[in-house]
Design a protein around this ligand. Structure first.
Ligand code: HEM
Length: 280
């Protein structure tokens, strides 16, 4: 049972002070005037996503640290188990992110159109944390930086992620330390590097007894990738249901633009390896 809250004149920490509930519940500033009933939901849903994005970045950074440690100490199993455990947390968060769209789908298209005009030119394109997750995982598109020019601090964070080794890079460096990465010429092409990485995954799956823990990490990374594609798909379905074929407030063609992003993968080699596996 939680301890009862202390009165505010005592020096003891209270639930509200610890979680900053007063500040948190005062961060929803409606643009519609008179206030539209559904705008509060619209803001809270986005804020909830951003909080989970923050948690995902926290976990994914820790996965990178653990994979690096696992690579430098192949005899210890602790770090690779920890990486798998944290990745499981990421997949569970991603599952919630996919599910949450149903709440926003209770908003009628007419109700959204009643206040949508007030939001222009703000857009999901400016979700710095979403883009950070993409860059951190390895999906780096420098062109997306331009949407963050109005916010120099966010822009700088993204530039840093762009330069840093991604989770994908660190994961393959770790596999190289296991000795499963085929040798490459110094002038190997991008395609040859991609194939070598897919073959390293293949070697791991083909030695299930020797690499059970690494297979677990591979499976969780694949699941995370899968769930992000599910997030993209559910977002598109919700967009079509709410605004049809209209353009986005960020200036894109809307749902038709978003459909192109469905082919994006964080860890394409993990998918390629599936085609390389031989039948018994
Ligand atoms: C009625 C609700 C929503 C509509 C109509 C909508 C519409 C759109 C559209 C049209 C785009 C393309 C960019 C543009 O031109 O603006 C976009 C991008 C985006 N939206 Fe939404 N959205 C909605 C809700 C949400 C929610 C709840 C989130 C949660 C964070 C979200 C996150 C994003 C992100 C991250 C992008 C960038 C995606 C990418 O570049 O791959 N959107 N949205």
């Amino acid at each position: 049972m939680p301890e009862p809250m202390q009165s505010s004149n005592s020096n003891q920490l209270t639930y509200g002070e610890y979680l900053r509930v007063a500040e948190l519940t005062n961060l929803q500033h409606l643009q519609s005037s008179p206030p539209h009933h559904d705008e509060l939901l619209f803001i809270i849903i986005h804020q909830t996503y951003e909080l989970w994005f923050k948690q995902l970045l926290h976990e994914l950074d820790a996965v990178i640290v653990n994979l690096r440690a696992a690579a430098s100490n192949p005899d210890s199993r602790d770090e690779i188990y920890e990486a798998a455990r944290l990745l499981r947390r990421c997949t569970e968060i991603a599952r919630v992110l996919v599910e949450q769209f149903t709440i926003l789908e209770t908003m009628l298209p007419t109700h959204f159109l009643a206040f949508r005009g007030r939001l222009r030119p703000a857009s999901g394109f400016q979700s710095e944390q979403f883009r950070e997750i993409e860059f951190l995982c390895g999906l780096k598109d420098e062109k997306m930086l331009r949407y963050h020019e109005p916010a120099p601090e966010m822009h700088a964070k993204l530039e840093k992620r762009l330069r840093e080794p991604s989770l994908r890079d660190v994961f393959f460096e770790a596999l190289a330390s296991l000795g499963v990465m085929p040798g490459l010429k110094a002038d190997a092409t991008e395609q040859e590097r991609f194939e070598a990485r897919a073959r390293a995954i293949l070697a791991i799956y083909n030695d299930e007894r020797g690499h059970r823990d690494w297979i677990d990490v591979c499976e969780r990374l694949t699941e995370f990738d899968e769930l992000i594609v599910s997030w993209r798909l559910r977002h598109i379905q919700m967009v079509e249901r709410t605004i049809g074929a209209r353009m986005g407030t960020g200036g894109s063609s809307g749902a038709s633009y978003l459909k192109v992003t469905l082919d994006k993968k964080f860890f394409p080699e993990l998918w390629e390896a599936r085609s390389l596996l031989t039948e018994a």
